[in-house]
Design a protein around this ligand. Structure first.
Ligand SMILES: [Ca+2]
Length: 390
């Protein structure tokens, strides 16, 4: 097995269920009727930074969806932005097309492989209008990789990560578009994205189903929000106060999107899904992931596999770091690995009795480790080389 392939197994994510799906779906009037799908994706939202989980940050609109829907208390996403988004839009593990490690940087000359069939392509083929408002993060260097070329009829938003919420740039490069052309709308991006989603809903023909994908850049860094959103959180310290305001602005726009669905009479045939793309960075300082210690970017070099209640983690890394610096982190991990090739860290967890992965049972359950390692290796051999591998 090639070393590169082994590393690629990181796509199996040891990231713990940081997020929550909300389903609010009513019975369809007929089996043939296609539901609208409104998929709202937050960016870097801490899994316990929603008020239905007891947070001091108030999210009344998300709470309402949660109360009427299904709350998935444990599920897996990929460790960072681009892998999660590519998984969502292809239904395939990123290790199968080389996006398993880190994010696609603004200057990267690759993107989601053009050979991959996307969810909006499939939905458009069966009659849906397909629209994305928000962050793409699946390739920017050539327009053949942009959303309008990947199945979306409509695209409003940006291509890079870590956008400035007001200037709409990243590292000085302007990054705000409508259907492939630069767009100079003024305002806070959370508002712009939400307003566009509302506009799309109001403009949608009544008899045509809609796939509305709303990947907010909120609440990813840089931490920016209009001052009025911070006022209710004067009791919170520093960055968390700003972050709380950002979550509140996001929740407000979710409320407006849901209201637009109601106003257009589409509610009874709409599936809402809400998630974050990964867990919250700097937990305890800025975000909260509750009892889950493992955060974003948990496995830049290694991976995990779960079979039933057992989970094997290979070369796990519980350090938290900025996902935009992932490649730097990967380089450091690789350098360390070269210095110590023989040392592979193995952890085994019994998720039924230890859902927060506190007790490593690898030494006491060697047979279980062996069983899972065999399956892990099968997948590792299927992985392609990461596109950002040096
Ligand atoms: Ca993210």
């Amino acid at each position: 097995m090639k070393h590169g392939n082994f590393r690629s197994i990181s796509t199996f994510t040891k990231l713990v269920c940081s997020l929550t799906f909300l389903f609010a779906v009513r019975a369809l009037s007929t089996a043939a009727e296609k539901p609208d799908i409104v998929f709202i994706l937050a960016d870097d939202l801490g899994s316990y930074d929603v008020s239905w989980r007891g947070s001091e940050i108030k999210t009344p609109n998300l709470d309402k969806l949660a109360a009427r829907g299904a709350k998935l208390e444990q599920f897996y996403v990929q460790p960072v932005c681009s892998p999660t988004r590519s998984s969502l839009l292809t239904g395939r593990y990123p290790m199968r097309y080389g996006l398993q490690v880190g994010v696609i940087r603004p200057w990267a000359n690759y993107g989601l492989s053009l050979e991959e069939r996307t969810l909006p392509q499939a939905l458009r083929e069966v009659g849906y209008t397909t629209a994305i408002c928000g962050k793409w993060h699946l390739g920017s260097f050539d327009k053949s990789y942009w959303p309008n070329a990947r199945g979306f009829d409509k695209f409003y938003g940006h291509l890079f990560g870590a956008l400035d919420y007001y200037k709409h740039d990243r590292d000085g490069k302007f990054d705000w578009y409508r259907d492939g052309e630069p767009n100079h709308d003024l305002g806070y991006t959370t508002h712009l994205v939400g307003n566009e989603a509302v506009r799309i809903l109001h403009g949608q023909p009544k008899n045509k189903p809609l796939f509305l994908y709303v990947p907010f850049n909120a609440v990813h860094a840089p931490l920016q929000v209009p001052e009025n959103y911070k006022v209710p959180y004067a009791n919170l310290l520093g960055a968390r106060q700003t972050y709380a305001g950002m979550v509140a602005a996001l929740d407000e726009m979710v409320g407006q999107i849901v209201a637009a669905v109601d106003e257009t009479g589409r509610r009874k045939n709409t599936l809402f899904i809400f998630s974050s793309d990964n867990g919250g960075p700097r937990p305890g300082v800025i975000t909260s992931n509750g009892p889950f210690e493992i955060l974003i970017n948990a496995t830049p070099d290694g991976g995990a596999i779960r079979v039933g209640d057992w989970k094997l983690v290979v070369n796990g890394n519980k350090n938290d770091f900025d996902e935009e610096k992932t490649e730097d982190k990967v380089a450091k991990v690789n350098a360390k690995k070269k210095r110590d090739q023989a040392k592979v860290q193995i952890e085994l967890f019994d998720l039924e009795n230890d859902p927060y992965e506190k007790l490593n049972l690898a030494e006491t359950k060697p047979e279980k480790v062996k069983d899972l390692q065999v399956r892990y290796d099968v997948y590792a051999r299927q992985a392609v080389r990461p596109k950002n591998a040096k």
